[in-house]
Design a protein around this ligand. Structure first.
Ligand SMILES: Cc1cc2nc3c(=O)[nH]c(=O)nc-3n(C[C@H](O)[C@H](O)[C@H](O)COP(=O)(O)O)c2cc1C
Length: 179
């Protein structure tokens, strides 16, 4: 067994600049498949994946609502940094592992994208807008099933920036409990 997975984990970092080049159908299919293959608590498979092209007008509307909710002026970059595709994960409201499962699935898709040489960004900043006053409007627009809520999203594309991964301090975050 090679250490390819570890290399992909190490290489991944958030991409916040993209070219307009679209994903191929094969790339998109592989990434969505990685989400579907992610484990879920009790094998509930309660996640829904909404695939939205970056130039879809609904995303401009969402960007505007986000800007208004933050009391901001129009920003030079939108919340998904012009990525050609956004995958929205929603999950069942009343299942206790929905959030954990959504996080696992988005990370599986992120690593799948990275392994295909594609930049990607996990996006949670639209959570309050998508689950706020206009929730039913957006749920309908994104084909989110009834009694489901937005959890997390992944922007994917060909990155044009070259950020390195975040730093960490092992000692600050890890305790090894000796027998
Ligand atoms: C749950 C979650 C939500 C996030 N939401 C956003 C977001 O809305 N916008 C954004 O630019 N980055 C977002 N990020 C990316 C983090 O800022 C990023 O992962 C972190 O700064 C570490 O950098 P790295 O991914 O390059 O290692 C999110 C990451 C996670 C895990």
């Amino acid at each position: 067994m090679s250490e390819q997975v570890l290399e992909v984990i190490k290489k991944r970092s958030s991409a916040r600049a993209y070219s307009a080049e679209p994903l191929t159908d094969d790339e998109l299919k592989k990434i969505i498949t990685a989400g579907l293959e992610a484990p879920t608590g009790m094998n509930r498979r309660e996640l829904h994946f909404s695939v939205v092209k970056g130039d879809n007008e609904i995303l401009e509307e969402l960007e505007n609502d986000l800007r208004v909710s933050r009391g901001q002026e129009k920003q030079p970059k939108n919340f998904y940094y012009g990525a050609p595709v956004l995958i929205i994960i929603s999950a069942e409201d009343d299942f206790k592992w929905s959030k954990v499962d959504s996080g696992i699935a988005v990370m599986s898709m992120s690593l799948a994208a990275e392994s295909l040489g594609l930049g990607n960004l996990i996006i949670g900043c639209v959570y309050d807008v998508l689950n706020g006053d206009r929730k039913s409007y957006y749920n309908k627009a994104f084909d989110i099933p009834e009694d489901y809520s937005f959890q997390i999203a992944l922007a994917i594309g060909h990155k044009t920036d070259n950020k390195t991964q975040h730093d960490y301090v092992w000692e600050d975050q890890v305790s090894v409990i000796d027998a």
